[in-house]
Design a protein around this ligand. Structure first.
Ligand SMILES: Cc1cc2nc3c(=O)[nH]c(=O)nc-3n(C[C@H](O)[C@H](O)[C@H](O)COP(=O)(O)OP(=O)(O)OC[C@H]3O[C@@H](n4cnc5c(N)ncnc54)[C@H](O)[C@@H]3O)c2cc1C
Length: 400
């Protein structure tokens, strides 16, 4: 059973692997490294695990990716969500999995072609259970969608879960130690590569250090003189508590033409919008929200989901809760996973805009690379892909 605690002097010393950052990505990484038999310490500067970007997320997951490297992370991650209690060895442990599907909608003739193309690519990636739906089928299955809709893609096994339970499950299901209230301030190097980290509470020695610091991964990179290609961009979502009758069995529903989305949530509804004009930001722990965001978000989603007009008419300020975090982009919009050859022992697991849904397999991949079970050349998300000229930018829905 992993222990989550604020360390004292005697807890510092030598360890097999250090993970910097206790969001969902770092916690999943610590789980797999520990399960491989390593003595693992995770360092988190805040007073709990998954308290920064991870809880700001909409907690959703999908296999509907057209990029091979993203699908290769997402598909096994969903398998792990489906068998999570077995994987962590705690029978009956729940992550509140809801497989109500992902529904990508469009009312633009041009986008219909893109959706069809996505389904074609998904078939090539062995995603056989996503569906292309035309208007009548959409309205028959999801009667609350606007009759203006033209087409959609849908996959029933996509859905959402509880990030809190996922994080705690990974922590409970391994023997790693999770040091909270412990900030990494430096990384120590010697002639062989990384040899430890400095924190505000003490120093640790290790030949493996994984950078899973979310929006602050660029700062951790600078500690070993790396300028990582990471661009944090603020993203917001809002929860509305409402008396309006929300279809509780609805899928995560996306208007792909304006990058807005909604899904049912206990007592109300969750709404988000990915604003393509939001600038690259300098990450902060307290992420500001815009007072006008709820109104803009409703305006975006109501186009294809008309019941938002009733919500708009009845909603009151105290019934809205807006939160924000960062999407962290890379030049090809896919994460950086794996060792950095210039700094032996330094690994990256960062650069996520969909880190919740990819975290189980991404953490496992770090472990496979660190233990030699995976050849770095077989890892398409290796950080060296840009220098090698082998990176290809996908056209992922909802990323920008
Ligand atoms: C509005 C919104 C909606 C989203 N919806 C989804 C979704 O539906 N599905 C999905 O998959 N993704 C979603 N995402 C993205 C997802 O939330 C992130 O990709 C994911 O949470 C990243 O996890 P992480 O562990 O890398 O980062 P974080 O959760 O930010 O964890 C990084 C941790 O590192 C710690 N840290 C940083 N520097 C240091 C240091 N020097 N020393 C010690 N600790 C340090 C931080 O305190 C933090 O706890 C959404 C994001 C937003 C903002």
């Amino acid at each position: 059973m992993g222990r989550i605690f604020t360390p004292s002097e005697g807890d510092f010393g030598k360890t097999d692997a250090i993970v910097v950052g206790g969001g969902i990505v770092g916690t999943a990484t610590a789980f797999w490294l520990s399960r491989a038999g390593m003595d693992v310490v995770l360092l988190e500067m805040r007073d709990g695990l998954s308290t920064l970007t991870t809880p700001a997320s909409a907690e959703c997951f999908r296999a509907q990716f057209a990029e091979p490297a993203m699908a290769a992370l997402a598909i096994p991650s969903i398998d792990m969500f489906e068998h999570f209690d077995e994987i962590i060895g705690l029978p009956g442990y729940s992550i509140s999995l809801k497989q109500q599907g992902y529904l990508f909608l469009t009312d633009h003739p041009e986008t219909v072609k893109d959706l069809k193309e996505n389904i074609r690519r998904q078939r090539q990636l062995a995603i056989t259970d996503s569906e292309f739906l035309e208007r009548d089928e959409i309205l028959a299955r999801f009667p609350y969608i606007s009759p203006n809709v033209l087409a959609a893609t849908f996959r029933q096994r996509d859905g959402w879960l509880s990030c809190h339970e996922l994080t705690q499950g990974f922590a409970k299901g391994c023997d790693a130690r999770f040091f909270i209230n412990t900030k990494v301030t430096g990384i120590q190097l010697d002639e062989k590569g990384v040899c430890g980290v400095t924190t505000d509470r003490g120093d640790l020695q290790s030949r493996i250090v994984v950078n899973a610091a979310g929006p602050f991964a660029g700062d951790i990179g600078k500690m070993v003189n790396l300028d990582l290609p990471l661009e944090p961009v603020r993203r917001q979502k809002v929860y509305f508590k409402t008396e309006v009758d929300i279809p509780q069995d609805a899928p995560f529903t996306v208007d792909v033409d304006n990058n807005s989305y909604w899904r049912p949530e206990a007592g109300g509804i969750l709404v988000g919008w990915v604003d393509s004009d939001e600038p690259i930001g300098q990450p902060t722990e307290k992420v500001p929200t815009d007072w006008e965001f709820p109104a803009i978000a409703i305006d975006k989603v109501k186009r294809l989901t008309p019941f938002f007009e009733s919500i708009e008419k009845t909603i009151r300020q105290p019934d809205m809760d807006t939160s924000a975090g960062y999407y962290v982009y890379t030049p090809d919009d896919q994460p950086l996973i794996g060792p950095v050859p210039e700094v032996p022992g330094f690994y990256l697991n960062c650069g996520y805009w969909a880190g919740v849904m990819l975290s189980p397999e991404a953490g496992k991949r770090i472990c496979d690379l660190a233990t030699g079970r995976m050849n770095p050349r077989e890892n398409p998300l290796r950080p060296t892909r840009f220098k090698e000229g082998v990176a290809t930018k996908g056209k992922t829905l909802m990323s920008h």
